[in-house]
Design a protein around this ligand. Structure first.
Ligand SMILES: C[S@@+](CC[C@H](N)C(=O)[O-])C[C@H]1O[C@@H](n2cnc3c(N)ncnc32)[C@H](O)[C@@H]1O
Length: 294
């Protein structure tokens, strides 16, 4: 963040600066402009459940419910007076059927039903909540913060001005071993892939028959995964594969586009095949190829 943004932020929290230095839990409501941009980033849909961890006077949850009639929500806050006030305000606004506020520590909140998680807590608290969010929230859940981000878990999108609001999609769990088979060149070819995952960032390698390759451009957005592979297949030559699918627990369902590469150019027949991968506890990737380096 630019120094002038930090300065602006500190000025806006001037009343709380003495407390801020000791990291007391203080209430500062997100400004109306930030609330509106956070709700917009949530891309709310019918049936969505939103939660604000550290809900203060409830303004973000109210704005979400008022923006979309099909949304329900709840908020948790440590401060009983704020919780009481937010519940009273929900009654006043005629929203009490669709929202409730609990006096609860954010670390005890049930995140399994949330489609959207809003937060504006001290950065170190939000960093510590990352593990809980990744463990409990369903893949694809949107996480939206005001101003501060989640450290090494980089946002998928930042709405920069006038101050940042940040969006993440909880990534599906993809790290580990995956197998699939493709009917190519008259053969059923087995692929044994190994993915390494750091938040939404992926790297991966694969083996098919006696060849090994490295995936290029791997991307993971919530449950959507895509990557490419260039590998020489016996009887087919150098072949580009583009995989794209949806992760559903221990399965991935999608499609793969396959085309030969001749001098770097895609050449000849382009195949599109269904692609179904399953998670495995062991991997043929590590079996010896029987080839020796000379
Ligand atoms: C900066 S205010 C944000 C309020 C509201 N989310 C907004 O953006 O307008 C932070 C709120 O989090 C609450 N809070 C701080 N630590 C918390 C925790 N561990 N669990 C629940 N609430 C917490 C504070 O009481 C305060 O109301």
């Amino acid at each position: 963040m630019h120094w002038w943004r930090v300065a602006a932020l500190c000025a806006s929290l001037a009343a709380g600066v003495a407390q801020a230095q000791e990291r007391f839990s203080i209430f500062a409501g997100s400004p109306p402009d930030a609330v509106a941009r956070m709700v917009q980033l949530a891309e709310l849909g019918n049936g969505d459940h939103v939660v604000d961890l550290g809900s203060g006077d409830g303004r973000i949850v109210f704005a979400a419910l008022e923006a979309h009639a099909g949304v329900r929500g709840w908020g948790v806050d440590l401060d009983p007076k704020l919780v009481h006030g937010a519940n009273a305000e929900a009654q006043k606004r005629g929203l009490a059927e669709r929202v409730h506020f609990l006096q609860q520590n954010a670390f005890d909140a049930d995140l399994s039903k949330a489609d959207v998680i809003f937060m504006w807590l001290w950065p170190e608290l939000m960093y510590m909540l990352r593990a809980k969010i990744l463990r409990e929230a369903r893949p694809g859940t949107r996480v939206i913060t005001n101003i501060w981000d989640l450290g090494s878990w980089k946002p998928d999108y930042i709405d920069e001005t006038p101050l940042p609001v940040n969006l993440w999609r909880v990534p599906a769990k993809v790290g580990g071993y995956w197998n699939w088979t493709l009917p190519l060149g008259g053969l059923n070819r087995n692929y044994a892939a190994v993915f390494e995952q750091h938040f939404q960032q992926l790297e991966g390698v694969v083996r098919s028959v006696d060849r090994r390759g490295i995936f290029s451009n791997p991307e993971l957005h919530g449950t959507h995964i895509s990557f490419a592979l260039e590998m020489t297949l016996d009887g087919k030559g150098l072949t580009r594969h583009r995989f794209s699918g949806t992760v559903d627990g221990d399965r991935i369902n999608g499609t793969v586009r396959v085309v030969r590469l001749v001098q770097g150019e895609e050449t000849g027949e382009r195949l599109e095949l269904p692609w179904q991968a399953t998670r495995s506890t062991t991997s043929a990737y590590f079996e010896t190829t029987g080839l020796a380096l000379r």
